[in-house]
Design a protein around this ligand. Structure first.
Ligand SMILES: NC(=O)c1ccc[n+]([C@@H]2O[C@H](COP(=O)([O-])OP(=O)(O)OC[C@H]3O[C@@H](n4cnc5c(N)ncnc54)[C@H](O)[C@@H]3O)[C@@H](O)[C@H]2O)c1
Length: 391
């Protein structure tokens, strides 16, 4: 600590750290970025000068014993998460770790062991669960579950009891992305692990968060273990989540679409900018501000249609390569909220918004999905693997 400021180090200063970790920390008055660390020293130096980092270093072992340091934020390739968490925990530093927390169940268990022995806080950036629109979607869904309301024109059976399956909820997640999003480092088995471990952990986590305390019990997956795949996840109360992931889509349309159906209602999340509700009297839609919006002067409206118009304006003016357009158009997927939750947990000695057991759960489910594709069968999600006995 330095005064009332938590003191931190950014480990890994690549694309994502520059897009989220560093600007988010730089915008917080009670956070000090003491170190920017990357084996590519130019990345560390550039991040430090852009975001007010005090020193640039190339190796985290140089700084890990600094007694002023409270936390590390880690945005390195996935295979580096375990060694960095281990070193941090051994030196009593709290860790904000990018997803996936680990590449395998075995690595996840090692991280839980290190966190436990080090007595540190760990927060995994499975950020979707902290997006304002997702928090609102869950709230509306839970309200309907507790006190179902129906439009007057709904046909209601009167001559029979509700069947068990009519009391369940179903979560549909449709992902469409352009394959150019994924660099070789994401697809390399040793460093990234492919899209199921690297990306679908987000949505497996989101489904578990939405339906908690129901527990995932069975998983069936199909398709390709590196990129395009589908996953069906069954919960112990009859709920289910279905993920359809395609990397053969387009940047012209938003990547993520979510729908919950429950108790004769539909709850739709349109790419974190708008929720639409169907089947519930008096409930229509809610819109959510963007995290960054350089288009708001020309298009001041919120919501999905306005977002589409902004996206079109951005893509059309990019001069042949959308990465050339540096204007910001960023929806709020909960990154800042998640990081704030991590800092609050350190200050108040409370649980982080997505702890090491959530990190393990997402990795385990991703690993089982890969196995399910390989052996073309449904696999059980074992309770003892979700809750390992770690000495
Ligand atoms: N939560 C999200 O929505 C989200 C989105 C994108 C990426 N990510 C995650 O962020 C992480 C980084 O992804 P990226 O796209 O920025 O990758 P990147 O390749 O752009 O950056 C990784 C950086 O880590 C550095 N690095 C490698 N080994 C290191 C070490 N031992 N110590 C310190 N730095 C080291 C590399 O030099 C590089 O600069 C990954 O875990 C990725 O899955 C999360």
């Amino acid at each position: 600590m330095r005064g009332n400021k938590l003191v931190g180090a950014q480990i890994g200063c690549g694309a994502f750290a520059n897009a989220q970790h560093l600007p988010n920390m730089a915008s917080m008055d009670d956070i000090c970025i003491k170190y920017c660390c990357d084996p590519n020293l130019k990345n560390a130096q550039s991040a430090a000068s852009k975001f007010g980092g005090e020193q640039a270093v190339s190796d985290y072992s140089q700084i890990i014993q600094d007694t002023e340091l409270d936390f590390l934020t880690v945005a390195t390739p996935h295979d580096m998460h375990l060694p960095i968490v281990r070193a941090a925990a051994a030196n009593g530093k709290n860790v904000f770790c990018e997803k996936p927390m680990a590449l395998s169940l075995e690595e996840s268990n090692e991280i839980i062991r290190a966190v436990k022995h080090g007595g540190i806080k760990l927060c995994v950036d499975l950020n979707r669960r902290m997006a304002p629109s997702m928090l609102a979607l869950k709230k509306r869904y839970l309200e309907q579950l507790a006190n179902p309301k129906h439009n007057s024109w709904r046909y209601i059976e009167t001559d029979r009891e509700e069947l068990p399956e009519e009391k369940t909820s179903h979560f549909l997640i449709r992902i469409q992305d352009e394959s150019s999003s994924y660099r070789m480092i994401h697809l390399d088995p040793a460093h990234g692990g492919g899209c199921i471990i690297g990306e679908s952990v987000h949505w497996l986590d989101l489904a578990c968060w939405l339906f908690a305390p129901a527990r995932p019990i069975e998983i069936t997956a199909w398709g390709n273990v590196r990129m395009n795949h589908g996953i069906f996840l069954k919960f112990d109360n009859g709920n289910s989540a279905t993920l359809d992931f395609s990397s053969c889509g387009t940047f012209d349309y938003p990547k993520e679409l979510f729908e919950i159906t429950s108790r004769a209602a539909l709850f739709r999340n349109l790419f974190f900018v708008e929720n639409r509700y169907y089947g519930i009297p008096g409930l229509d839609s809610e819109t959510f501000p963007l995290q960054a919006d350089d288009f708001k002067d020309s298009i001041p409206q919120e919501g999905f249609d306005a977002f589409m118009a902004k996206n079109l304006a951005k893509n059309q003016n990019a001069g042949g390569n959308i990465r050339n357009d540096t204007r910001q158009l960023v929806v709020d997927k909960g990154h800042r909220n998640m990081m704030q939750g991590f800092f609050d947990a350190i200050r108040n000695n409370t649980q982080t918004p997505c702890d090491e057991y959530c990190g393990l759960q997402a990795t385990l489910l991703a690993q089982l999905a890969i196995q399910s594709i390989k052996c073309k069968s449904t696999l059980p999600v074992l309770e003892e693997e979700l809750h390992p006995a770690i000495l």
